[in-house]
Design a binder for this molecule. Structure first.
Ligand SMILES: [Zn+2]
Ligand SMILES: [Zn+2]
Length: 383
C-alpha cells in the first residue's frame, strides 16, 4: 500500500488533550486493515508514527446512543502523544493555554496561525505516519524527497528480477542492502526527509510498482509507478544482460574516489536524460574531459584535415559556421558504453571521437549505444 496523505488535521484543543476525531468521510480510508468496521463502544489498537517512533493509540467508535452516524476517534494511550503534540506545536499550545491558570481553553486559532498535523497511511494497517506542518509553510506540501532517478530505478529493476517477489518486504536482506546502497549514491544532495529517503519500505514499494507494470504478473498489481518507471521497464526489462551490467556498473561507482568525483561534478540538465542515469553520465563526461587526451585528439585531427576541426558525423565545422569564435572548438565523445567501461582503466585516444554538439547529444540519447558510423547513416538518411 502506497503511503498516502489521509487527513490534514487542523491543530486544535483536542490534539493536546485526547487525540482527534476522524471525519465521517474518511472512516473507510482510516480503517485500512482487516477490520473494516468497529462496532459502537469498541476500539482497536493502532499507532501514530513520528520520526520512526511508534506511539500506541486506540481507534474507537464512540458509544453514542441515538446518533445516526458513527463517531470514530483516535485516542492517545499514555501521556507521550500529548507531550509530542506540545513539543511539535508550541505556538498553538501557548495560544490555547491560559497564561494565568495554565489550563487549555477552547479558542479558535486565527487562520494565519493555523498549524496542521498531516496524517498518512503507511504500508502497515492502522499505522499512521504523522508530520507537522507549521503555519507559514502550509501551502507548500511537507518536505518531500526528490523523485527516484534513473540510476535508482535501474538498480531497483535489477533487484526486481533477482529476488523472489513473493518474499519481498521491507525486511528482506536484499531490499535492505539496496536501500543502504541507494543512500550512498552521490545522486541527491538535497534530501529533505533523510529518514525516509529510499528506505527499505520505499524500495519494496518500488518493486511492487514494477510488478504492476510487469505484463507477466498475473495478479492485479498495486499502484503502477510513474512515467519514468515505465520508461525504465521498456528500456531494460527485455535486455536483462544489459540491465544487470548497467546496474553492476552503477554499484561499482559507490566505492571511494569515483563516488567523490561524481558527487563533486556539477549538475547538468542532460544527465537527467542519459539512459544509464546520472552517475554513469558523469563518469562518461569526466572521461570526455580528459584534457591531455582531448588536446591530442584535436591535434591529430587538425593535422589530418588541413588545420580544420570537423564533426566526424555530420562534418560541421565550428570555425566555418561561426568564424573566429568557433576556432578550435569541437566536442569529444567517449565511444565505449559506460556499462562496459573498465572503471579502473585509463581512457585511450582511440576511445574518443570528435563531434559537434548536436551529434554529441544524439549519441547520448540513442540506445543501444550507436557508433559514429551508425549515426552518420541516420544523419544522411534523414536529410
Ligand atoms: Zn555533428
Ligand atoms: Zn559523449
Amino acid at each position: 500500500m502506497e503511503e498516502k496523505l489521509l487527513y490534514k488535521k487542523k491543530v486544535d484543543l483536542s490534539l493536546f488533550k485526547y487525540g482527534l476525531t476522524i471525519p465521517q468521510r474518511l472512516h473507510r480510508e482510516f480503517l485500512n486493515g482487516p477490520i473494516k468496521h468497529i462496532p459502537r463502544g469498541h476500539s482497536i489498537t493502532g499507532y501514530l508514527v513520528y520520526n520512526g517512533t511508534e506511539y500506541p493509540i486506540r481507534i474507537g467508535n464512540a458509544d453514542a446512543i441515538g446518533r445516526k452516524n458513527d463517531t470514530l476517534r483516535i485516542l492517545y494511550q499514555g501521556p507521550e502523544l500529548r507531550q509530542l503534540m506540545k513539543a511539535l506545536f508550541p505556538e498553538s499550545y501557548n495560544f490555547l493555554c491560559d497564561p494565568v491558570s495554565g489550563e487549555l481553553r477552547k479558542r479558535k486559532i486565527p487562520d494565519d496561525k493555523t498549524e496542521y498535523l498531516y496524517i498518512f497511511s503507511t504500508a502497515k494497517p492502522y499505522h499512521y505516519r504523522i508530520t507537522k506542518v507549521a503555519a507559514p509553510d502550509q501551502k507548500q506540501v511537507i518536505a518531500k524527497n526528490p523523485k527516484w532517478h534513473r540510476d535508482e530505478l535501474i538498480l531497483a529493476l535489477d533487484l526486481y528480477f533477482k529476488i523472489d517477489l513473493n518474499k519481498s518486504s521491507p525486511e528482506h536482506p536484499n531490499v535492505i542492502e539496496l536501500s543502504e546502497l541507494l543512500n550512498k549514491l552521490p545522486i541527491h544532495s538535497n534530501r529533505p526527509n533523510q529518514e525516509k529517503f529510499c528506505n527499505p519500505n520505499g524500495v519494496h514499494m518500488k518493486l511492487m510498482n514494477f510488478r504492476a507494470i510487469d505484463p507477466n504478473y498475473p495478479g492485479k498489481g498495486l499502484q503502477r509507478g510513474g512515467k519514468l518507471e515505465t520508461e525504465i521497464w521498456d528500456e531494460f526489462a527485455t535486455d536483462r544482460k544489459l540491465l544487470s551490467r548497467v546496474a553492476q556498473q552503477i554499484r561499482n561507482t559507490v566505492a571511494g574516489e569515483i563516488a567523490q568525483s561524481v558527487a563533486n561534478s556539477s549538475e547538468d540538465e542532460e544527465e537527467l536524460e542519459f539512459p544509464e542515469g546520472k552517475i554513469l553520465y558523469r563518469i562518461h563526461k569526466a572521461r570526455e574531459r580528459n584534457q591531455t587526451l582531448v588536446r591530442k585528439a584535436k591535434e591529430i585531427a587538425l593535422r589530418q584535415n588541413n588545420g580544420r576541426l570537423k564533426c566526424e558525423v555530420c562534418g560541421f565545422d565550428f570555425r566555418e559556421a561561426y568564424g573566429e569564435i568557433g576556432e578550435g572548438y569541437i566536442e569529444c565523445h567517449h565511444i565505449i558504453p559506460v556499462s562496459e567501461l573498465d572503471l579502473g582503466a585509463k581512457t585511450k585516444l582511440t576511445d574518443l571521437a570528435l563531434v559537434c554538439s548536436n551529434c554529441h547529444r544524439m549519441l547520448h540519447r540513442k540506445r543501444p549505444w550507436i557508433t559514429i558510423e551508425q549515426l552518420k547513416h541516420l544523419y544522411k538518411n534523414n536529410r
